[in-house]
Ligand binder design. Sequence first.
Ligand code: NAD
Length: 475
Amino acid sequence: MSSHAGLVSSLRAAWLSGKTRPVEYRLAQLEALGRFLDEKKEDILEATALDMGKPPFEVELSEISVCRSELNHRSELNHTLNHLGTWMKDEHVEKNWATQLDSAFIRKDPYGVVLIIAPWNYPINLLLVPLIGAIAAGNCVIMKPSEISRNVERLVAEALPRYLDKDCFAVVAAGVEETTRLLENKFDYIFFTGSPSVGRMVMAAAAKHLTPVTLELGGKNPCYVSDTCNVQNVARRVAWGRFFNAGQTCVAPDYVLCSVEMREKLLPALREAVTEFYGPNPRESPDFARIAGDKQFRRVQALLRCGRVVIGGQTDAETRYIAPTVLVDVQQDESVMQEEIFGPILPILTVASVEDAIAFINARERPLALYVFSSSKKVVNRVLERTSSGGFCANDTIMHITLPSLPFGGIGQSGLGCYHGRSSFETFSHRRSALLRGAGREALNAPRYPPYAPGRLPLLRAATETRRRATCALL
Ligand code: NAD
């Protein structure tokens, strides 16, 4: 028997009862989620500090504020609370002649029982932001936090069910083996955030039941720095994006591409930015996080053997500290350029031109985020037009994901599907087509019934076909 089969079927029964459908129910659950975030804020700060030494400022910004903030009306929760009524409305569509007297619309239907699997790097954000969308869309949800961020896992498993309707929302604390068995159940939607390799396994498990999936995966995000830019600003924005959460961010700039001349200007500016942010010894800074676990620490530490360290490079296994580090002279076949870094290491590679940078990027898997720094709009647009990535941000890093109005998701190796704001609601809603016809006026239907009369064909065609609109101004 698959793990948690009883839980899945009791959630499905709750969903079939229709209790998650009214807008009032959804709003009440979302508000309860807001109360969890407010009342458990101190516990969240403590759990994330214990798990990976996350600075409270970073937790507020990237975990709590993103989900809910009284001040920030662009937060996921407030954005959803403000707009849910409009999003849920039936979308009436164009009709043909045959259906002129009928009602044709798209109903945003919940899928049913949804599974959300989250990673450890932003353990609150990446569990609760999808949850907001799933609740808003009227689903029942099983949440599976990461076992690696174990203090957050415990907090969420113990406290969150006290706020939400237990008939419809459950947290399953499970390691790899149990999650594998959990995935044997038939879900109506699976939303997974994690590595591409586990994403493949999740998709294979979903395929057995033809369950639709969203896969929010990782990869290597390029950051091209052109010769025309303000070097100090670039250094601060790149260093902030790379070293936030000690580099354990899926949209962090993974490596820099620039000319040799720019590299020589960027190195002192990066050194200055690191000192300005974290002081002369980042190990003593309260604003610099630690690596989440010993296994992750050993993997990131091994990457320091690639290329040549020019900034940082210090490590401490006991506290899982890896200094903000910049590497140069890295070879493309070295592991730091073969795998997602997911730690506080920034390799700088040199290219001869923007065209070279574009060719370098296009020769690799499509990234989750792509960054360009240039004061030339032409350069920015050239890279935007000639490359492909989940998201794109010019002259900054990470900031594009702070807008719930922009869909967030990958492409190719970096993922499938998207969410945030309205996109979350849409992701967890099935666009169900509905045509409500009148029961009478049978004479109007007569031409389509057998025995067929070929002479009626032009009439039927005219009644059901969509004609192309005239596009030529001369016609
Ligand atoms: P992971 O893939 O190892 O784990 C993610 C989740 O899957 C966890 O809950 C884990 O328990 C579960 N899991 C692990 N192995 C499993 C298996 N064999 N079968 C079923 N479930 C399994 O990822 P991680 O190490 O927690 O997170 C790091 C990765 O996540 C990086 O690649 C990063 O880029 C990516 N990520 C992506 C986003 C995004 O939004 N696109 C955000 C954060 C992290």
